[in-house]
Write a protein that binds this ligand. Structure first.
Ligand SMILES: [Zn+2]
Length: 127
């Protein structure tokens, strides 16, 4: 099964611009790394993953709904997605990457946004 979501969704573009505004230049959608991380600094081994809450099952998030129609199908699909995410995270860590996961709801929520930008700044600043 391929990737479930399309390239360069709005949350990803928003994070790309946050990163640019912080003065960093990162590679986008790096296909040579496990899971094609959304933003990567290969020399410093830093990867930012921008996850959609629904597909990647953000815990305790109201956007991570479970469709009742075809419930079995969805349950299976979500299990596969979670499994793949875990594998990709482990593979990235094994290659020595520091990883920051950003959730779609954090990008969209204006009250969470300032905190998110500080988190990204700390992460890229090596703190
Ligand atoms: Zn969420």
């Amino acid at each position: 099964m391929g990737r479930v979501r399309q390239r360069d969704t709005l949350p990803e573009l928003a994070i790309q611009s946050v990163v640019r505004n912080l003065g960093y230049s990162l590679a986008a959608n790096v296909k040579t790394l496990p899971g094609s991380p959304d933003l990567v600094d290969e020399s410093r081994k830093l990867a930012i993953l921008v996850h959609g809450c629904f597909w990647h099952r953000h815990k305790r998030c109201k956007a991570a709904t479970s469709p009742t129609h075809n419930a079995r199908f969805w349950k299976q699909k979500f299990l596969e997605n979670e499994r793949r995410d875990r594998l990709n995270l482990a593979r990235l860590r094994r290659r020595g990457f520091g990883i920051l996961t950003v959730w779609e709801c954090q990008v969209k929520n204006p009250t969470k946004r300032a905190r998110l930008i500080r988190r990204i700044a700390r992460f890229l600043g090596g703190a």
